[in-house]
Design a protein around this ligand. Structure first.
Ligand code: TPP
Length: 292
């Protein structure tokens, strides 16, 4: 039987580490008020709550403002290529399964240019936590439209995207992801907790993070909209094991911004890493059985 190894996600032996233990020496160059500050804080709080030291963690990112997070951390980091964070992170996890691997990238990165990697990561089910920092645009390249641009919904931020909006939560759920959540930088405690839950989940965890970006429009308006539209799934009495209901709520996301865990498969399937491990052990097992 294939087992899912939960040891590396923290456990009885692990202690709580303060978020500052993961900060590197470089100072962020993000715009004042950028949501990336909140995402990085929530991320460091979450790994601190799991209790893994920095040298046992790898942050992998694409290119973009949010992609700079690995450079600001004391953990291992790989600021890779636009849209290619997921395949690189999967390679790292296969080569070094004992590392806690966290992937972070923008929505330009994860929903647009790199969007094609997501269904395959989901069906492969590596033990990774993937954060898409959803600012509704390509922040680094002066706010070009991304697939998640809310102005496509009817001019909310008056930018005028012509293509229809992509719904990342619905995308992840319908491709069969076993852990799907959405966080808001306006709710840092909720965001940190759901990242921690994603890390502890044995398998691929997808977290979409609504995050304000100065390059994508009026910063204050984005923060106000986040706060005004936030609906916590916990206060709606949502049962995160109910996939059909999660899909229904995801369809309605946008007019309300739903924050919390949409879906957590209560019976996590085997991870890609545990299947590889079993495959490697097969010849030795067969030889031992043949000898008797
Ligand atoms: C293959 C490739 N295409 C385009 C670019 C140019 N580029 C650099 S950052 C970026 C957009 C980043 O937007 P996003 O991924 O949403 O991250 P954000 O800056 O919003 O955090 C683009 C298009 C690139 N570096 N590589």
């Amino acid at each position: 039987m294939i087992s899912t190894d939960s040891e590396h996600r923290g456990g009885a032996k692990s202690g709580h580490c303060p978020a500052r233990a993961y900060r590197g020496e470089l100072k962020p160059t993000w715009c004042a008020g950028c949501g990336d500050f909140g995402v990085m804080t929530a991320l460091f709080r979450a790994v601190g709550a799991v209790g893994r030291p920095a040298h046992e963690i790898a942050f992998v990112s694409g290119i973009g403002c949010s992609g700079q997070i690995p450079g600001y951390s004391a953990a291992y980091g790989f600021n890779s290529l636009q849209g290619r964070a997921l395949p690189i992170a999967q390679g790292i996890k296969i080569a070094r399964p004992e590392l806690l691997v966290l992937v972070v990238g923008g929505d330009g990165d994860g929903a647009s240019i790199g969007g094609g990697y997501l269904p395959h990561a989901i069906r492969r089910n590596p033990d990774l936590t993937y954060l898409v920092v959803d600012s509704g645009g390509n922040g680094k390249t002066d706010g070009q439209f991304a697939a998640t641009d809310p102005s496509a919904r009817g001019g909310e931020l008056q930018r005028g995207a012509l293509e229809a909006l992509e719904n990342p939560i619905l995308f992840a759920l319908t491709y069969g992801a076993n852990f799907v959540a959405q966080g808001l930088t306006a709710d840092l405690d909720g965001l940190s907790k759901m990242i921690e839950d994603g890390i502890r989940y044995p398998g691929f965890a997808f977290i979409n993070v609504k995050s304000p970006c100065l390059g994508c429009g009026d910063l204050e308006m984005q923060v106000l909209l986040q706060k005004a539209k936030m609906r916590k799934l916990s206060s709606m009495g949502h049962d995160s094991s109910d996939l059909e209901r999660a899909i229904k709520i995801a369809r309605e996301d946008g007019d309300s911004l739903h924050a919390g865990v949409f879906y957590r498969n209560p019976n996590p399937p085997a991870t890609f890493g545990s299947k590889v491990k079993e495959l490697k052990q097969r010849p030795a097992k067969a030889a031992a059985e043949a000898v008797g």
